[in-house]
Design a protein around this ligand. Structure first.
Ligand code: MD6
Ligand code: FE
Length: 209
């Protein structure tokens, strides 16, 4: 499997794009996803305003991200199964902490990974990630499979956004001054990736608690 050459780009203060950072760990990461989904299946959730998200999600780790009419939050129990979330695989932790360290954050220990699954037509509107306790901790975001357009702006939802294409194996580390920046992704187009088929996965690691 060929993968992109590694390259580090600062997208904004606190936001670093690590092109090809996943390298040869891509297949190991992808092998873990169905194992996780066997325990805590992918699901469509609704936002507090009652809109159904087009992206399917699941989580692993000590807590998982939950959304329903009551709000967004992290919970130690998967509301679908009534059980704990699946454990975070070692390769997930390794890739996340290696990327964080490359971006200048040493000793990053995520306690949860939210897995987003995009199929054709899925998108994610502009949002902030603000359900975590400590905004000094970055979010590490891994892209696998089909490419998508990532959009990011500043501290307000409106205003100008910068667009960048996220490809298989890319990692974005989101911290510092960018930690509360609005961001989202465009609509996933048709395509076929050799490892994921018609799908894009996004793994976002957080130190939530
Ligand atoms: C995505 N990513 O790439 C959506 N959030 O599919 C995010 O929402 C995100 O990339 C926080 C930090 C980095 C991200
Ligand atoms: Fe986000």
């Amino acid at each position: 499997m060929l993968f992109a050459e590694r390259e580090t780009t600062q997208l904004a203060p606190g936001m670093v794009l690590l092109r090809g950072e996943v390298g040869a760990d891509d297949e190991m990461l992808l092998t873990e996803i169905p194992r996780i989904a066997e325990i805590s299946p992918f699901r469509n959730v609704v936002t507090p305003s009652g809109k159904r998200m087009s992206v399917e999600i699941t989580s692993c780790g000590e807590v998982g991200w939950v959304s329903d009419r009551r709000g967004y939050r992290y919970e130690a129990t998967d509301p679908i199964t009534g059980n704990s979330w699946p454990q975070m695989p070692a390769v997930f932790k390794e890739v996340a902490s290696r990327a964080a360290s490359t971006a200048g954050y040493d000793k990053y220990v995520p306690d949860t990974c939210l897995i987003n699954r995009y199929s054709v037509g899925s998108k994610m509107g502009m949002h902030q990630d603000r359900d975590e306790r400590d905004f000094a901790q970055p979010i590490v975001s891994v892209s696998l499979g089909l490419p998508i357009t990532f959009k990011f702006g500043g501290a307000s939802r409106t205003g100008e956004t910068v667009k960048v294409q996220l490809m298989h194996g890319d990692v974005v580390v989101f911290g510092g001054a960018a930690r509360l920046a609005f961001h989202g992704v465009g609509t996933l187009g048709k395509g076929a990736h050799p490892l994921t088929g018609a799908v894009r996965y996004n793994l976002t690691f957080r130190a939530a608690r």
